[in-house]
Design a protein around this ligand. Structure first.
Ligand SMILES: [Zn+2]
Length: 230
């Protein structure tokens, strides 16, 4: 079943992992957001309110795919500065929102805030998404842990944090668990790997270090539901 035909209940969100990288679709009660889509078919997306890009690397930004999804759905596009420059001929300026750490855009009652991203790209960002019901998702892109993550975790009371465990420079199941340790979410989701061993290691380390955090190992294409912490 497609996430497009499913709706979250009150105080819930749905998400789907799209590829081996940081590609995620998030559905709140009123909006559909797609983050870093690559290796997907544009026609799989029919209703998208906003498409978010964290940085310009090939496994996060596919310019022609972004352009095609935009043409099919008329979605807004929210990106870091470098990706925005690459998209400026494809996306009309009134639909292209450039974002940097500490800036925020809102779509109806849904907030998208950019934060720092500790990754060797030109102007990378991570995203904190707050649903209309206050469900909080931290999409850390390819980030390594950084000290401010602890402050973010305390302030935001995160429900879901996506933690990179591989492929990107310096990342591993250990750095992924460090992100969970700093941000203290209700649910930690390892991603950005094609390796079952990375997932297993992340799950083991998380269980040992933070037994109260739920580990959700995603499968590409499957729909997951997360509710707000109580
Ligand atoms: Zn990446």
């Amino acid at each position: 079943m497609s996430i497009e035909t499913k709706n979250p209940g009150k105080n819930e969100i749905l998400f789907v992992w799209l590829n081996r990288y940081a590609g995620i679709t998030i559905k709140t009660t009123s909006k559909t957001l797609v983050i870093d889509p690559v290796d997907v078919k544009p026609r799989d997306f029919k209703n998208v309110d906003a498409l978010l890009i964290t940085h310009e690397h090939y496994d996060h930004l596919d310019q022609s795919l972004v352009s095609e999804i935009h043409k099919l759905t008329q979605c807004a596009v929210v990106t870091d500065n470098t990706s925005a420059r690459r998209l400026q001929n494809a996306i009309p300026s009134e639909k292209l929102h450039v974002i940097q750490p500490n800036s925020e855009v809102k779509f109806g009652e849904v907030s998208i805030k950019a934060e720092k991203c500790n990754h060797p790209a030109a102007t990378p960002v991570s995203f904190i998404i707050t649903s209309e019901d206050g469900v909080k998702i931290f999409h850390t892109a390819d980030s390594l842990p950084f000290p401010e993550m602890a402050t973010i975790g305390e302030k935001e009371k995160l429900d879901v944090v996506f933690c990179t465990v591989g492929i990107a420079p310096g990342t591993s199941p250990e750095t992924g668990v460090e992100i969970a340790r700093l941000t203290k979410p209700k649910v930690a989701v390892p991603y950005h790997t094609g390796s079952t061993a990375d997932f297993k290691k992340f799950a083991e380390l998380l269980k040992a270090e933070m037994p109260n955090v739920t580990c959700l190992i995603p499968e590409v294409g499957k729909i997951y539901q997360v509710s707000k912490r109580t």
